[in-house]
Write a protein that binds this ligand. Structure first.
Ligand SMILES: Cc1cc2nc3c(=O)[nH]c(=O)nc-3n(C[C@H](O)[C@H](O)[C@H](O)COP(=O)(O)OP(=O)(O)OC[C@H]3O[C@@H](n4cnc5c(N)ncnc54)[C@H](O)[C@@H]3O)c2cc1C
Length: 466
């Protein structure tokens, strides 16, 4: 139990605000992106700065309360929120400061990808990140961060230059290549295990501001040919383009002919970061190889590309997901995909295949803590989405069956830690591999020996020699 006098003292020590049950904003503040998450923290500490974060950690630790950390509140497992503990809510920390001359950006620990993209695109620059603008930079970057720009410029974590961190004992540290190097390494893929990042500094790259989209859509019964064509496109794209394969129902969008709206099938989205002519040259053979049900080819602002999936993944939707890596999109894997993709029942549910190669694979295996191996691969996400919690059970079963069937074709037993809903130690270990996990565990023991930050893809602190 927390006494009301404790709350008053806590409030007085914060420059932000503390919310408890019954406060006007409490229910909104505890509402995660995944509508399945329904938890009641004892206190939500809306932190305005690093000092607030340190105060909140101290308050929770003195009372032996759980601590969760909220960035963009997107994590499907709901690790950002806990029952009965203190939720450190970084949502006020959304500042973005661009230094276009130095090609660097400083971003608050609670910023969204949308905040980041809008500020950086004003200078024709971008940080490689994810594909939905309401995702948080915090969780995404700390776990890896993959999206349209990954084959061009690497993961979000690969572009981290420095971070301001509040550790479990309330210290404020800077982590960078020349300062607290072990912490800096661990933050690039090790998730939220090592402290609360109040500010990230990233490297920027010239992108857009206008890019070129080419979206082709085929029906389910054209799945085998569409996936084989997608595989060929993945392998032959020029360096300044990327593509994604999405198993999806055609949206009710103006560019979709009315008779195809809602039709389940496969989309191949190709994005060109060069000229319109180059892009047209990439699209022509795709169209010729397999005429689509419909297509949509258009220039668009990069910020709009980054919002393309926002509506289909709107806040409060019910979600369950599983992910794995494929070394290649083999014929056998395609057989599994086409069989199971046809079984989804919710029109919102998705299959996403991310291309992870080129710049992604040029980063050394041990350069960062990111778990996925740095060889060419495909990130596969099987995502159940429903607008009604009652309907999620069937879709959850679809995800599990699909994932189990695809597993024999997967590279290793690991997965992307940012897409784990059931987080167990074995899978976290498998995702990093034994050597990386042990290194992370030693760094965890140095910065968080009591495992204060354990509501995450948790790395257990290595046992200290006695
Ligand atoms: C609709 C949707 C689309 C997605 N698309 C992509 C994608 O394209 N690419 C991709 O790589 N991933 C994607 N993801 C997965 C995403 O990377 C994770 O959900 C990630 O956890 C989101 O970060 P967040 O800050 O929003 O999450 P939160 O739920 O706020 O936080 C998750 C965890 O991250 C840690 N954390 C967050 N911020 C901080 C911080 N500042 N300091 C310390 N720890 C922190 C905490 O441990 C916290 O429990 C997507 C997820 C969703 C739901």
């Amino acid at each position: 139990m927390i006494q009301s006098t404790d709350i008053e003292a806590f409030r007085a020590a914060l420059s932000g605000i503390a919310l408890i049950r019954g406060d006007g904003d409490y229910d909104q503040a505890r509402s995660a992106w995944n509508g399945e998450i329904d938890r009641y923290p004892a206190v939500i500490a809306r932190c305005s700065d690093a000092n607030d974060v340190a105060v909140a950690i101290g308050f929770a630790r003195r009372r032996d309360l759980e601590i969760s950390v909220r960035g963009g509140f997107h994590n499907t497992a709901g690790t950002a929120i806990c029952d009965g503990g203190v939720m450190i809510d970084l949502s006020p920390l959304r500042q973005v400061e661009v230094d276009s001359a130095a090609r660097r950006v400083r971003v608050g620990g609670g910023a969204t990808l949308g905040d980041l993209d809008i500020a950086t695109q004003a200078h024709g620059l971008a940080v490689p990140a994810g594909i939905v603008s309401h995702t948080g930079v915090g969780g995404l970057a700390l776990g890896g961060g993959m999206g349209w720009l990954t084959p061009l410029y690497g993961l979000t974590a690969d572009n981290l230059v420095s971070a301001e961190v509040v550790t479990a004992d309330g210290r404020r540290l800077r982590a960078a290549a020349d300062e607290n190097q072990d912490l800096f390494w661990a933050l690039r893929g090790g998730g939220g295990n090592f402290g609360v990042v109040t500010e990230f500094e990233f490297r920027l790259h010239p992108v857009g501001p206008v890019v070129h989209l080419g979206l082709f859509f085929w029906s389910l019964d054209q799945g085998t040919e569409a996936l084989k064509l997608g595989r060929q496109v993945f392998a032959t794209l020029p360096q300044n383009a990327n593509a994604m394969i999405i198993g999806v129902n055609a949206p009710p969008a103006p560019f979709v002919p009315e008779q195809h709206q809602g039709t389940p099938g496969y989309a191949l989205a190709v994005v060109g970061f060069g000229s319109a002519e180059e892009h047209a040259g990439v699209l022509a053979p795709i169209r010729a190889a397999l005429p689509p049900l419909f297509e949509f080819v258009t220039p668009m602002p990069y910020t709009q590309l980054q919002q393309m999936f926002d509506e289909g993944t709107s806040w409060g939707v019910n979600c369950y997901e599983k992910a794995l890596y494929l070394d290649e999109l083999s014929d056998d894997a395609i057989v599994v995909i086409t069989k199971h993709q046809a079984d989804k029942t919710s029109p919102l549910s998705l299959l996403e295949l991310y291309r992870l190669d080129a710049a992604y694979a040029e980063v050394g295996e041990d350069e960062t803590a990111f778990g996925g191996k740095r060889s060419n691969r495909i990130g596969v996400f099987i995502v159940a989405l429903t607008g009604d919690s009652q309907l999620l059970a069937a879709e959850r079963a679809w995800v599990r069956t699909f994932w189990e069937a695809l597993r024999p074709h997967a590279e290793g037993a690991g997965s992307y830690i940012n897409a784990m809903v059931e987080i167990d130690e074995d899978r976290v270990r498998a995702s990093y591999g034994p050597a990386k996990y042990e290194r992370l565990a030693r760094i965890k023991a140095e910065y968080d020996p009591d495992n204060v930050f354990h509501l995450n893809a948790n790395i257990k602190p290595a046992l200290q020699p006695t």
